[in-house]
Design a protein around this ligand. Sequence first.
Ligand SMILES: Nc1ncnc2c1ncn2[C@@H]1O[C@H](COP(=O)(O)OP(=O)(O)O)[C@@H](O)[C@H]1O
Ligand SMILES: [Mg+2]
Length: 329
Amino acid sequence: MSAIEIKNLTKKFGDFTAVDSINLTIKEGELFGLLGPNGAGKTTTISMLATIMPSTSGEATVNGFDLHQQSDVRRSIGIVFQDPSLDDELTGRQNLEFHARVYHLPHDLRKQRIEEVLTLVELSDKADMQVKTYSGGMKRRLEIARGLLHHPKILFLDEPTLGLDPQTRRNIWEHIERLNKEEKITIILTTHYMEEADYLCDRIGIIDHGKIIALDTPEDLKNIMGGDILTLETHDTEKLKNILDFPWVKEIKVFDGKMNVTAKNGENAIPIILGAAAKHKIHITSVNMKRPTLEDVFIHYTGRTIRDEEASDRDRMRMAMRARGGWRR
Ligand SMILES: Nc1ncnc2c1ncn2[C@@H]1O[C@H](COP(=O)(O)OP(=O)(O)O)[C@@H](O)[C@H]1O
Ligand SMILES: [Mg+2]
């Protein structure tokens, strides 16, 4: 059975289509990423799958349950929201106890399960401190622990490292990986950080304007670009171009006295190209190699970039609020 099956799922807000007929199957045990810029429709997609928001049309099953079987779906999933939603005045443990009560976790299981999830996210020794003393990363881990209280098979993480510094981000990645690999939890995360999707995900769906425009493993998405890009500088670009008729050269572009050669396995290609150039007495003054990134893939499909610094004002405000610990839902 697939963890999630999505057929033509659509969400409209008035005339505006936020999620546009998405089709997607997520396997059990998969760590799946929805990668896209702000406003692409990531949160809206997750909200529909978590039965927080009704769809306009289309259908989906989560853990085998139709979205209309709301309580069955909700029992199957954990969710960590994009916006922080902890009570800062309570301790970590009290936050979990409150949640366990609201979600009717049986009383005799509650204490044990709280200890288990605290151990999972390595917060046992900080559990009795007020959340307002926690760092950003600790708060995020506590939210993940809370999402795991009822033993969900599937965990949704909406921008799990938004606004965290790079080191804390790495730490959260390790936790996410461990939950997936060791606890066998199917994870669907959203992100607009390419390195995050690249590092963590088994497969990535690139989403833009509510549509999935590419879907594959990070490696195969990057392979779409045809190989590594070698930038060569020489005084004789025309002559060099003529001798590079190797089968593994996918594309040659000449610009401003430089040449971009797209080649499979760039590190093997460099010595061969240099050898051929030397044989023909072509002097190459510099060589640079760049492996394609998911950024290149995004540009390939959309003609735009997806960079972090393009975070919207809403995003920046959210980060500022998070830093001050003052955001309540
Ligand atoms: N409740 C809403 N009412 C109207 N428009 C909305 C609502 N929620 C989201 N949108 C719009 O839908 C689009 C997708 O939003 P969202 O799913 O939050 O994107 P993402 O999570 O990828 O940044 C955006 O243009 C957003 O402004
Ligand atoms: Mg979002």
